[in-house]
Design a binder for this molecule. Sequence first.
Ligand code: IPE
Ligand code: IPE
Ligand code: MG
Length: 238
Amino acid sequence: MQEQEVKIPSHIAIILDGNGRWAKKRNMPRNYGHTQGSKTVEKICEDAYKIGVKYLTVYAFSTENWKRPKDEVDAIMKLLRSYLQTSKKTAKKNNMRVRILGDKTGLSEDIQKSIDELEEVSRENTGLNLQVAINYGGRDEIIRAVKALSLDIKKNTIAIDNIDEKAMENYMDTKGIPDPDLLIRTSGEKRLSNFLLWQLAYTEFYFTDVLWPDFDKKELMKAIEYYNSRVRRFGAIS
Ligand code: IPE
Ligand code: IPE
Ligand code: MG
């Protein structure tokens, strides 16, 4: 396939999975896999932007992930803290706008503050739009949206008759962000694990056995080739 023929999806969503298994294969603690996985996120952001992706959404921590052993949750939160700090610099350097999806109120106060700062300093950036889902669950997002919508109905700011898909989108964490064109899940698992239940309604799904820390630009291009094979078929006569 020639490079110029390739249609680059505007929005790619990724369920980054397999950090633990990657570390286990190397007889290392699971947290080592998370550290490597976070480096992969940084690299993929650059690769994705260079090839023309406009929106990238990554699933970093789900509402269900709190059930993991405390030391693993603590290590992931520590990693998130440092990721949010360094992202302030990389966002500036790469002209990247970062937004966090998920229930921020469930995160510790210093992390919430760091998120607010990062979102604020990168707000005007016009390069890659990066969404990081933290304490995110698709069902939780819909419930929070329904609650916010109900409050507006109570305040008479919206009438029940005016509730449609577009109105609903205003209450989602992804307000203003187009739906993903392509979803990638690494590590061989073929489930959504509560990711973007509303937004993935028409998205193409790509699954690979590659474990997240091993995911690179070559693997990203394979996913995009798959996407191209699907969009060509979609709407075709045959
Ligand atoms: C994905 O890797 C990262 C998070 C969910 C935080 P995992 O930690 O799920 O790795 P596996 O699936 O156990 O290998
Ligand atoms: C999904 O991965 C959540 C994230 C990638 C953050 P998990 O590894 O937590 O999902 P399950 O438990 O296999 O469904
Ligand atoms: Mg997993």
